[in-house]
Design a protein around this ligand. Structure first.
Ligand code: ADP
Ligand code: MG
Length: 664
């Protein structure tokens, strides 16, 4: 079916396609985000705070006052069949144009007072029932969506919609897909909505997990690794020389990795652990194992500063006989040429670098292991390009956004997952405080005291330039320079600076030449500047919880407790409650779980890079039981001989939906 079949105007078709609705069916999967129920209650049962709807007429005069440039308050008397109410409405002075009877929606404030939220000229009786509310995209309105869906439902019999296999439908008493879609968009009761949601959630999870399982099976069947031969006792012996004792958690994950390296299976392993949980040393020992087996190893990092920090760290974790180098874009060409030729001749064991490692000129003698730190910063393509520089390279990806185990195998369905669950003693403490008002003023004195004590400070903003309502690096830098004493050295850092400029800014900060660094989230990845112990985040509600947790992981890296101030001008209690989670816990798992629940895996982990879909209706945390069922069923489906299931599976395998990107 296309939009022309539904007699949509060219203008509407243009707006729909620009908003990403390519077919009428795609609107079917744009589920309502909520429903409004319009059910008038008799006045006698009204309580203060109730949502109400009434029909009536204005008794003039209508009075409007402008309180602030952005706030107008309008008041009038409203006569219904039973009563006269005093109505207040914000920013809708045009209500005075309503001359005849109209419908008013709002909240009852008691004493015959109403705060109205909406009104319209339609009859109340025509508006009763349940109304879907859709998230809007670009120039597509509620009315557009309702209009197209109306037309579509008129000829719904001809639409091609794949039903779940009937054996599953019967087993879980699910609805046929068409009925579920009808109920979700045009429900007669909330009961219908719930029934439909159950079916659609299961279907969504089942499609995704089946696809994941299938692709993973295919890969395992065809993609063998190379057995790496090395003596584990050498590594065990070496751990005694580390500057600290490995925790049991670190030992466990190290063993999982070494098992993979020694097996004929190709390793695709995700190592997850909270910020500061000590992933680097585990990666270092894995690379050591690769070197012992006469293979080189590469460590891919998102920034050059991190490359230089990792170079130092790796040297401190590994025997001096291991030849470790870092490739920087800023290296003089002679030095670079020499380094590249040593890498190609096998005179370098471990190379650390940014995506510059992917360039054609970088050649290995025998690369056996690729480790990607802060893996969410790299696309699948980049990792694979690096992997293609060796033969059947093993992959270790590291992530500081740990996901609970029940979800990890699902979200990262294609990867094996190792998790560092336990912290070593001395994991830094960070005190986090949420401050309403989005202003630095209330904490200015504390900040100045910290600077006097030579503590350095990060000030994080969501934007770079003054092109939105958000606090931005440029204007915050300018105003801090204006209001703070001249003796305080202020610098700024963001993604639009050249790599060289970025490195310079960070070096100055690292060397203590800068007191206060105004920056974007470019600092989020694992740099460690022990003296920078205080962080202020403007518009903190604009960030995800896990991202804020990562950000604050930059402070508290020395021996002193770190401090993090989350500023926000939001007045929404839910937003503030969400931010407060960070002041209550520093457990990355709890935080990630909350984030997953609120935003879904795609958005939380960065849909682009990870390719994990944002589920349209299912919620990976709240609907965990449906998810588990679907996961089990996926295993059965792939083995099934039932012709109907085989048909369903074939269509699924051939379908080109976004779910796939992750594994391509
Ligand atoms: P992340 O997992 O965030 O990459 P790092 O590997 O950078 O964490 O480790 C954070 C800090 O903890 C480093 O200073 C490291 O030396 C230290 N560390 C790691 N493992 C241990 C341990 N077992 N005992 C004590 N300190 C450790
Ligand atoms: Mg790290």
């Amino acid at each position: 079916m296309d939009f022309k079949d539904l007699k949509c105007s060219p203008n509407l078709i243009l707006r729909l396609t620009e908003a990403g609705f390519d077919t009428p069916e795609s609107l079917l999967y744009h589920y309502p985000t909520r429903y409004e129920e319009v059910n008038p209650l008799p006045f006698s049962s009204w309580k203060k705070g109730d949502k109400i709807v009434i029909e009536g007429q204005i008794i003039p005069p209508v009075k409007t006052v402008r309180v602030r440039p952005t706030l107008q308050i309008t008041k009038f008397l409203f006569q219904t069949e039973e009563n006269i109410f005093q109505v207040t409405i914000f920013n809708r002075p045009w209500v005075s144009n309503m001359k005849s009877v109209f419908t008013l929606f709002g909240k009852y404030d008691g004493d015959l007072k109403i705060t109205a939220t909406q009104y319209n000229g339609q009859k109340m009786i025509d508006q009763l029932g349940i109304h879907p509310v859709y998230a809007l995209r670009k120039d597509v309105t509620q009315k557009d969506i309702l209009h197209v869906l109306d037309r579509l439902f008129e000829r719904f019999e001809t639409a091609q919609i794949l039903d779940l296999p009937s054996s599953l439908r019967t087993a879980y008493r699910l609805l046929p897909m068409k009925q579920a879609l009808k109920f979700i968009h045009r429900p007669n009761s909330m009961e219908e909505v719930n029934q439909a949601a159950r079916t659609l959630k299961y279907e969504e999870f089942l499609r995704f997990t089946t696809k994941l399982r299938w692709m993973r099976d295919e890969r395992i069947a065809s993609d063998f690794g190379k057995i790496k031969v090395f003596d584990r006792r050498v590594i065990e012996e070496w751990t005694k020389h580390l500057p600290f004792e490995l925790t049991d958690g670190q030992r466990d994950v190290l063993n999982e990795i070494l098992d993979d390296l020694q097996s004929s299976k190709r390793m695709y392993r995700l190592l997850q652990g909270d910020v500061g949980s000590g992933k680097t040393v585990v990666a270092a020992l894995a690379m050591y194992a690769s070197v012992l087996s006469h293979h080189q190893a590469a460590l891919l990092v998102p920034t050059e500063i991190l490359a230089s920090q990792h170079l130092t760290t790796l040297k401190s974790y590994l025997p001096t006989s291991i030849r470790i180098e870092a490739l920087y874009s800023s290296l003089p060409s002679g030095v670079k040429r020499d380094l590249l030729s040593r890498l190609e001749n096998g005179e370098i064991d471990i190379i650390v670098g940014t995506h510059s490692l992917i360039q054609d000129e970088v050649k290995f003698k025998n690369c056996g292991l690729v480790v990607a730190d802060e893996q969410h910063r790299f696309g699948v393509k980049q990792r694979q390009a690096l992997g293609a520089k060796g033969d059947k390279v093993d992959f270790l990806l590291m992530s500081a956004t740990p996901i609970p185990r029940t979800l990890a195998s699902f979200v990262f369905g294609d990867l094996d997952v190792s998790t560092i669950k336990q912290y070593h003693v001395g994991k830094p403490k960070i005190v986090t405080q949420v401050l309403q008002g989005n202003s630095i003023k209330p904490i200015l004195k504390e900040l100045l005291d910290e600077i006097k004590k030579k503590t350095q400070i990060y000030v994080v903003c969501p934007a770079i330039e003054e092109d939105s309502e958000l606090r931005n690096v440029n204007s915050i830098t300018a105003s801090l320079k204006k209001y703070l004493p001249k003796s305080i050295a202020i610098d700024q850092l963001h993604g639009r600076l050249s790599n060289e400029a970025k490195d310079n800014v960070l070096k100055n900060f690292l060397n203590g030449k800068t007191d206060l660094l105004v920056c974007t989230t470019v600092i989020e990845v694992g740099v460690s500047i022990p003296n920078a112990n205080v962080m202020v985040v403007y518009d903190s509600d604009r960030f995800g919880l896990s991202q804020l947790h990562q950000l604050r992981g930059r402070v508290g890296r020395g021996s002193v407790e770190g401090k993090c101030y989350l500023l926000s001008d939001s007045e929404d209690p839910l937003t503030l409650e969400r931010l407060n989670i960070l002041s209550e816990t520093d457990d990355g798992f709890t935080i990630a779980n909350k984030d997953l629940e609120l935003r879904g895996p795609g958005e939380m982990l960065g849909l682009k890079q990870s390719g994990i879909p944002s589920f349209l209706i299912a919620n990976v945390v709240r609907d965990i039981n449906i998810l588990k069922t679907a996961q089990q069923d996926a295993g059965e489906i792939l083995k099934s001989k039932d012709p109907e299931i085989i048909h369903w599976l074939t269509l699924l395998k051939n379908s080109q939906n976004k779910d796939q990107a992750f594994l391509d």
